[in-house]
Design a protein around this ligand. Structure first.
Ligand SMILES: [Zn+2]
Ligand SMILES: [Zn+2]
Ligand SMILES: [Zn+2]
Length: 380
């Protein structure tokens, strides 16, 4: 079909320089580091290898424009479409379009899917604060592993993921923006996952393997539009697949589901493949890019938004409007990421008359429109 009807030799219009592309690749690798962590070791290896191979480019911070163009070729923008998926918790099909890459259930607010295409629409350039945190923790983290000091390692990783959530908000679920409980749980979970990998010999062996294979990648096509020789690339993808298997095993043996605020074991592979694809897709010939998306299971599927009888409500946290489908008990506010408790009717503000839905677990809020206190019915 039409997804790959553009000839590989024909770059998208306005394709930026190799410096931009390499900056993009580094950004994507930095992003992969946070994506539920399977990509962690691979990301570092890729960054290193890219730096070794193309460090002369002196790449500055680039933009996401090029990634958007690549993804536009892979899957035309779905206006009025919703990603085809169902909730792993309650079984409901996804009906309302998601506004971020994190696709939450319209009925129970569970995280059900991750949308690579949406991910490429946001700017996920890590801010300098994140790079500083990574650099600051690097040597001490290595020393902690060498000394078998798990507590120190965990604390160092917490600083890294705190910096990630603070500096790259677009790459983390929007739930982390205004829900301190979620954010704290996310940081703790990611740090524990990093710890599990750092102290797992198999994970470390795979990291070394990844480093070797990334170094073995061959580029052609000149400086303007570097292209990866696919036969030198598939071993890298194979190692990632092994890393994902290993991380799944660690997720279970380290009991990470108890820490994971999204309880998203079903997405661990998808997060890793998504980060990987964002980093590499654009440098592959079109037929190899298609094969990678197939192998990753990321060929996006969209279905048209069906008519629904959603009722408008308003978030008591940010004032944003959202839709509640009949039978829904909780949803994530698209505007601010708070979990909306749909168990009760909307509550009016005594001062300005605006009605609103309270966040789960909140006894009251400051009215987002006039700042007056609005309390849950029956509470004074
Ligand atoms: Zn659900
Ligand atoms: Zn909100
Ligand atoms: Zn008010």
């Amino acid at each position: 079909m039409g997804l790959f009807n553009r000839k590989p030799q024909e770059p998208p219009p306005g394709r930026p320089s190799i410096a931009d592309q390499m900056a993009l690749a580094r950004q994507m690798q930095a992003q992969a580091m946070q994506w539920q962590a399977q990509a962690m070791q691979q990301a570092a290896a890729v960054q290193q290898a890219l730096a070794q191979q193309v460090s002369a480019s002196g790449a500055a911070v680039g933009s996401m424009t090029w990634a958007r163009q690549v993804l536009a070729i892979l899957a035309p923008a779905p206006q009025g479409f919703v990603k085809r998926c169902s909730c792993v918790v309650c079984g409901a099909p996804k009906k309302l379009p998601a506004v971020t890459a994190y696709v939450y259930c319209d009925y129970c607010a569970a995280l059900i899917d991750y949308d690579l295409r949406r991910a490429c629409e946001g700017d996920t350039t890590p801010g300098p604060g994140y790079a500083a945190a990574v650099n600051a923790a690097q040597a001490a983290s290595r020393a902690a592993v060498a000394a078998g000091d798990r507590d120190t390692y965990r604390e160092l990783q917490r600083t890294v993921y705190e910096a990630y959530a603070a500096n790259v908000p677009m790459a983390v679920s929007h739930r982390a923006s205004n829900d301190p409980g979620y954010r704290a749980a996310y940081v703790g979970y990611m740090a524990e996952f990093a710890l599990a990998r750092a102290f797992d010999p198999a994970a470390q062996a795979l990291e070394a393997e990844m480093r070797q294979r990334v170094i073995g990648i061959r580029y052609s096509g000149g400086m303007i539009s570097p292209t990866i020789a696919p036969d030198s690339f598939w071993p890298v993808a194979d190692t990632l697949a092994k890393q994902i298997d290993n991380s799944r095993a660690l997720y279970r043996s380290a009991r990470l589901a108890e820490l994971d605020p999204d309880r998203a074991e079903h997405l661990t592979g998808k997060f890793a493949w998504s980060g990987f694809c964002q980093g590499w897709l654009g440098m592959l010939p079109a037929d190899a890019a298609e094969r990678l998306l197939d192998q990753a299971g990321l060929a996006n599927e969209y279905v048209p938004v069906q008519p629904h009888d959603g009722r408008p409500r308003h978030c008591g946290g940010c004032g944003g409007r959202f839709l509640a489908l009949p039978g829904a008990t909780a949803v994530i506010c698209d505007g601010c990421g708070r979990t909306m408790d749909l168990a009760s009717a909307e509550i009016p503000c005594a001062s300005c008359g605006a009605t609103m839905t309270l966040p789960s677990g909140a006894d009251g809020v400051a009215c987002p429109f006039c700042q007056s206190r609005v309390e849950r019915a029956g509470i004074r």
